[in-house]
Design a binder for this molecule. Structure first.
Ligand code: ZN
Length: 150
């Protein structure tokens, strides 16, 4: 039997089998209620793109990332640009910052390898200032804090 896919809409792994339609397995997401039969989403999942962007911010080259994800370097560049346009609006320096920890996705199939994202928000505007992806540990938080100090 096929492994259960992640929800194509909210990317949660809380998907369960919900009957069959025209011989195809139907799934339903417990988290957002989305029903789907397609298990191979168009394009790459958001989790892969976010991980690619994270690797880029950590200093990996576009061509190295492209090799990891089996896409072309311009595709990786597009992911990075799209991400930058969505989140990078730097607030004025000296504003208060709050740190939040979100569970991301277990990108690597094993549940032991969960990815967490640490996010730094400006307290006044709620704007995302910076983020760091990695383990739920001090090292990841430290990387983010070091960057914020600058
Ligand atoms: Zn969902």
């Amino acid at each position: 039997m096929e492994a259960k896919p992640d929800c194509p809409k909210c990317h949660a792994s809380t998907v369960y089998r919900s009957g069959k339609i025209l011989g195809k397995q139907r799934y339903r997401c417990k988290n957002c209620g989305f029903q789907f039969t397609r298990t191979t989403p168009r394009g790459r999942p958001a989790s892969e793109k976010a991980l690619a962007v994270t690797l880029y911010t950590m200093g990996l080259s576009l061509s190295a990332i492209a090799r990891i994800f089996h896409v072309s370097p311009p595709a990786v560049l597009r992911w990075v640009r799209n991400f930058a346009e969505r989140v990078y609006e730097k607030p004025e320096p000296g504003e208060a910052i709050i740190i939040e920890l979100d569970e991301m996705w277990h990108f690597l199939k094993s549940k032991k390898n969960k990815l967490w994202i640490w996010k730094a928000y400006c307290r006044d505007t709620g704007q995302l200032i910076d983020w760091e992806c990695g383990g739920r540990d001090q090292a990841t938080l430290h990387r983010l804090m070091e960057r914020l100090k600058k």
